[in-house]
Design a binder for this molecule. Structure first.
Ligand SMILES: Cc1cc2nc3c(=O)[nH]c(=O)nc-3n(C[C@H](O)[C@H](O)[C@H](O)COP(=O)(O)OP(=O)(O)OC[C@H]3O[C@@H](n4cnc5c(N)ncnc54)[C@H](O)[C@@H]3O)c2cc1C
Length: 297
């Protein structure tokens, strides 16, 4: 394996035995054998050839804000696109590499008098992660503004247009092809008044601060909203506000958030999730589905 490590180092910085808990907003997860930061798209291509040749499992992790990683070791390669942080504006079009922070881009767009990313200004995620999840808020989602996605698949880079990404509610074609890598996106924005955009972003920031437990580690909303009722009403209905298993706790502030109130294990978190699912189903005959992704179980 040390030969493999030496080869990995050709393509960017490499770290060994790094706890996934340090790479996820929930602060949960066992150690990953290798974490690689490819320098650019050519290094990423070479890295993928090496990984394929050695049949190593791999996972791209953005800001880890939608991941519940198990406590066991991940014997594979975590790919971090932190070096893919370049972006530029061409009139009302924004082209951004996958590792860019969507919050930083929303603020940059606001400064340039461009509207369309206000909804994303409180989502602690990368461009790659929001595209994979079709993340959204306030009835908008990233698919409303995405014009194209630059992907790496089967040893090649190519652009997909919006339609080809098959976006739906918190879903995209990328979830069905976890081997593809999002390298960049092209976003279409519309000219607007900077102070109006700033006001909207400020009011939404305040709304988040007032409604979300941002002082605890979490992965945002745990469950997808069923078609006709928000998940939080069902969780409230079974009386689970503040319910705790180990250090995993249903937030007092927002019941669709499960927070890590100390040293929660992945097992604590999942046991609480399953208890919620079962009790909601018993009482309402609705089966909740997790929006947070389980990794390495
Ligand atoms: C406090 C808080 C608030 C949140 N609010 C919202 C909200 O308002 N709306 C919302 O939709 N979500 C929200 N979330 C959830 C989360 O931020 C989103 O799901 C986000 O899209 C995840 O992005 P990420 O970069 O952290 O991806 P990660 O969690 O690192 O990864 C998520 C998935 O995307 C894949 N992925 C990441 N980058 C790439 C890439 N370049 N190529 C291919 N696959 C990739 C990963 O492999 C993984 O499968 C919130 C989370 C928190 C903690």
């Amino acid at each position: 394996m040390s030969d493999f490590l030496e080869l990995l180092k050709e393509f960017g910085e490499v770290e060994c035995d790094i706890p996934l808990s340090t790479m996820t907003t929930l602060r949960i997860g066992g150690p990953a054998s290798y974490v690689v930061y490819p320098e650019d798209s050519v290094s990423l291509d070479a890295l993928m050839c090496l990984i394929t040749k050695h049949k190593m499992p791999y996972k791209v992790i953005g800001k880890g804000s939608n991941l519940l990683c198990s406590d066991k070791p991940f014997h594979g390669v975590v790919i971090r696109l932190d070096r893919f942080d370049h972006y530029f504006f061409m009139e009302d079009t924004l082209v951004a590499q996958a590792g860019c922070s969507i919050i930083a881009l929303a603020y940059q767009a606001m400064k340039n008098g461009l509207s369309g990313l206000e909804f994303a200004s409180g989502i602690p995620a990368t461009v790659g992660g929001v595209t994979f999840m079709n993340a959204g808020a306030y009835r908008s989602s990233i698919s409303d503004v995405i014009d194209g996605v630059f992907i790496y698949r089967n040893g090649r880079y190519e652009w997909l247009d919006n339609r080809e990404c098959e976006f739906g509610y918190r879903s995209s074609i990328f979830q069905r092809h976890p081997d593809w890598i999002i390298a960049a996106v092209r976003i279409r924005l519309s000219p607007s008044d900077t102070s109006e955009i700033r006001e909207l972003m400020e009011s939404r920031r305040e709304r988040r601060m007032n409604s979300q437990p941002l002082n605890y580690p979490s992965a945002g909303s745990v469950f997808r909203n069923p078609d006709d009722i928000p998940a939080w009403k069902l969780i409230e209905g079974i009386g689970f506000r503040g319910k705790r298993i180990g250090d995993a706790m249903v937030s007092e502030k927002h019941v669709n958030f499960i927070v890590n109130a100390g040293n929660a294990s992945a097992e604590d978190f999942l046991t609480l999730v399953n208890e919620i699912k079962d009790q909601v189903e018993q009482k309402y005959q609705v089966r909740l589905h997790m929006e947070v992704e389980k990794f390495n179980w």
